[in-house]
Design a protein around this ligand. Structure first.
Ligand SMILES: *Cc1c(COP(=O)(O)O)cnc(C)c1O
Length: 432
């Protein structure tokens, strides 16, 4: 018998990390702390909380015990130092950049991103004076070529929504680090069960927990996950982490909190001032969802693989972009970065183009026509007429959402039922 404590496995961490029986009641599942504020012991206790000298709860815009359990659970599953949970995936992206961006600063991002992220980065972030430079992630060197002295981060999705594109994380991480900036990876489509970006060099990971982490299509949420490994003091690019913070009596976050600095600042400044807080009920639902993450992901991947193979052989289908298929140009990257499977969200092309896409989504019954992914239910959408309609056709094609493209998020139903429903829809789509 060895004395080294066992490191718990991923499935054990899904169920236990960050949680413990409630100390006052013994409640085994994490209670929903539906409270706005927390009583101080006395004035000195209050002062030390406000000065960030003691950990504790003040006001639920900043921290809440139910949300804290979720933060520790997600951080553990990603192999990270800390996490900041917030209202949505988009809130997570805003908070992630807010931690170190300034007006006039730039970051380099893959152009194969979720359509909403392209709009958020390319249009809305401009109002903060943050400039996103989009590059084709196909060749990691494209990221290097776009980095300027004013660049403060590099961003991509591990497995992109919707195109099934996989970015070669390891060389992109190296390029970011050579430029002295953090590498941020959106790991929403993979979940930490399928891909662990920090092991490949990511410094920060963002999630829309709305998708596979909560997993049941019933709770909005986001998370910014910090590896704790990035050196914010290596150059003078990250002043909000290294210079005195006027709102906290001149405290320097990086000097004071070290590898927890980004996480502490994310709550003490990011959530405090942007206010994009996660509701405790949504944290509870997400904690419950994560308890079955591995079981759900295994079935999601198995069903998706079966449906992708069926579609690839179908005469009405011109192509299928699923990294689990040997025909995918990303198959070798999937084997490296997502060895347990390439997720369950993918796209395929209809020979009948835009009109066939519209007829297909209107002819299915079991599959729900809606704008979400990562539900237990199978979902279908025609991006060009919905999620990506704000983009022009060139941007749509660049994002893998051209007029003939249909996106599926394969759920956990009996796979023969999913295929029968798609078959019915495809025959309706090919008869005028
Ligand atoms: C859905 C999604 C987002 C945005 O998350 P919300 O929770 O909808 O705000 C960001 N990135 C990816 C990859 C997504 O799928």
């Amino acid at each position: 018998m060895s004395d080294t404590p066992r490191k718990p496995g991923f499935e054990t961490q899904m169920i236990h990390a960050g949680g413990m029986p409630d100390p006052s009641t013994g409640a085994r599942s994490t209670p929903i702390y539906q409270t706005t504020a927390y009583v101080f012991d006395d004035v000195d206790h209050a002062a030390s909380l406000f000065n960030l000298q003691t950990y504790g709860y003040i006001y639920s815009r900043l921290t809440n015990p139910t949300v804290s359990v979720l933060e520790e659970r997600i951080a553990t599953l990603e192999g990270a130092r800390g996490a900041i949970c917030c209202a949505s995936g988009h809130a997570a992206q805003m908070l992630a950049f807010f931690g170190f961006m300034e007006p006039g600063a730039e970051f380099v991002a893959s152009k194969k991103l979720y359509g909403g992220s392209i709009t958020q980065f390319g249009l809305t972030f401009k109002k903060f004076g943050w400039n996103a430079i989009f590059v084709d992630p196909e060749d990691p060197e494209n990221f290097r070529k776009a980095i300027t002295p004013n660049c403060k981060a590099v961003f991509c999705e591990s497995l992109s929504n919707p195109g099934g594109v996989i970015t070669d994380l390891e060389p992109v991480a190296k390029i970011a680090h050579e430029a002295g900036v953090p590498f941020i990876v959106d790991n929403t489509m993979a979940s930490p069960y399928l891909c662990r970006p920090i092991e490949w060099g990511a410094d920060l990971v963002v999630h829309s927990t709305t998708k596979f982490l909560s997993g049941h299509g019933n709770a909005m949420g986001g998370a910014v996950v910090d590896s704790g490994k990035f050196d914010w003091g290596q150059n003078d690019k990250f002043k909000s982490m290294t210079e005195p913070e006027p709102a906290y009596h001149g405290l320097r976050f990086y000097e004071t909190f070290g590898d927890l600095a980004y996480t502490v600042a994310g709550h003490a400044i990011g959530l405090r001032d942007l206010g994009a807080t996660m509701a405790p009920l949504n944290a509870f639902l997400t904690i419950t969802g994560i308890e079955t993450l591995s079981l759900r992901m295994e079935r999601h991947v198995k069903n998706a693989q079966t449906v992708a193979e069926y579609l690839e052989a179908h005469p009405a289908v011109s192509w299928v972009s699923y990294a689990g298929l040997p025909s995918s140009p990303y198959h070798h990257l999937a084997k490296k970065y997502l060895p347990k499977g390439a997720g369950s969200v993918f796209t395929f092309g209809l020979k009948g183009g835009f009109d066939a896409g519209v007829r297909l989504v209107e002819s299915v019954d079991l599959l729900s026509h809606l704008a979400n992914v990562g539900d237990t239910r199978s979902l279908i959408i025609h991006p060009a007429s919905t999620t990506h309609r704000q983009l022009d056709e060139a941007q749509q094609i660049a994002a893998g959402a051209g007029p003939d493209v249909v996106r599926l998020s394969i759920g956990l139903e009996t796979v023969d039922d999913i295929i029968a429903d798609i078959e019915k829809g495809l025959s309706a789509a090919s008869t005028r």
